[in-house]
Design a protein around this ligand. Structure first.
Ligand SMILES: [Zn+2]
Ligand SMILES: [Zn+2]
Length: 292
């Protein structure tokens, strides 16, 4: 269950919110060149891929295999998104699947409300630590352990490179704005995809498929499919459930960068339950007045 935010959690939350304000204010104070906007779009898509193919489908679920150098590259790209370390991300995500929408789920809108599942859970003291028992398969690689401890190195290197290449607007828009957008697009999977959308499969949790979140996250929004088939590298089940991350894994396989790609078939009958899609229901849940 949720716990009060401690002073150190509040400090981390303040830094997180300050980044939002700083980026927003800077947009009006600094002249932004086209190159910075292009960097923003490219780094949103590229780093989203790092999260979906890397943090999620590779490190958390091991749905394919890669060589050790490719593993390190995947970790670096994913960590440049400023979503803490690879061991931390995978450990908490594995715990989410283990206890989805029940006591012990680090981010459930069903048990803890929408905003805590979207945002505040990151700042809770109990969620700040990494339980290495959950990621023993990853913790045996010293380079991943080092990166996890120094999680700020990849994003700081990226921000520095953008500053040297593009100038201040490159840092503000290319790094800052795209990082803020990445945070919230990723968090939508934890919050919205357990509240709003359709359910193809009867799972023990409240996970949903949401096309808008899927569009923002390269296919991660087919979250009910994923909770039903967590060990599958593919999340889009129907032909219209576009899943660019799956396509990229196929491309990696063709290029010889990925092997043993796991593709599991649905185990239970298709149910396709239509959930409450009314806008008033969505607004009430967003405000925390009604739970899923
Ligand atoms: Zn989930
Ligand atoms: Zn997952």
């Amino acid at each position: 269950m949720s716990e009060p935010i401690t002073p150190s959690g509040r400090r981390r939350c303040a830094v997180f919110l300050a980044m939002h304000v700083a980026v927003f204010v800077a947009l009006f104070l600094v002249e932004i060149e086209l190159s910075a906007w292009i960097a923003c779009a490219a780094l949103f898509v590229g780093r989203m891929w790092g999260i979906t193919a890397g943090y999620h489908r590779y490190f958390s679920h091991r749905t394919f295999k890669v060589s050790r150098p490719v593993q390190l590259a995947l970790a670096w790209v994913a960590m440049s998104s400023s979503q803490r370390g690879v061991l931390w991300w995978a450990a908490h995500h594995r715990q989410h699947h283990r206890r989805a929408d029940r006591e012990g789920d680090p981010h459930s809108p069903v048990t803890d409300g929408f905003w805590r599942s979207h945002l505040y859970w990151v700042f809770e003291e109990k969620n700040y630590r990494t339980d290495l028992d959950r990621v023993g398969d990853l913790a045996r690689f010293p380079e991943l352990v080092w990166l996890d401890r120094h999680w700020w190195v990849p994003p700081a290197s990226l921000a520095l490179a953008l500053g040297l290449l593009l100038g201040l607007d490159g840092v503000i828009v290319g790094f800052g704005l795209s990082t803020v957008l990445l945070w919230h697009a990723t968090f939508l999977v934890n919050s919205v995809c357990h509240v709003l959308g359709r359910r193809r499969f009867e799972t023990a949790d409240a996970s949903t498929n949401n096309w808008l979140v899927a569009a923002l996250t390269l296919g991660e929004g087919w979250h009910n499919n994923h909770h039903h088939l967590p060990s599958s590298a593919r999340m889009g089940v129907a032909w219209y459930e576009l899943d660019p991350t799956w396509w990229s894994i196929l491309a990696m396989e063709k290029l010889g960068l990925a092997t043993d790609v796991r593709l599991t078939e649905p185990r239970s009958r298709r149910v396709d339950i239509r959930r409450d899609r009314s806008w008033i229901g969505w607004v009430l849940r967003l405000l925390g007045a009604r739970r899923a």
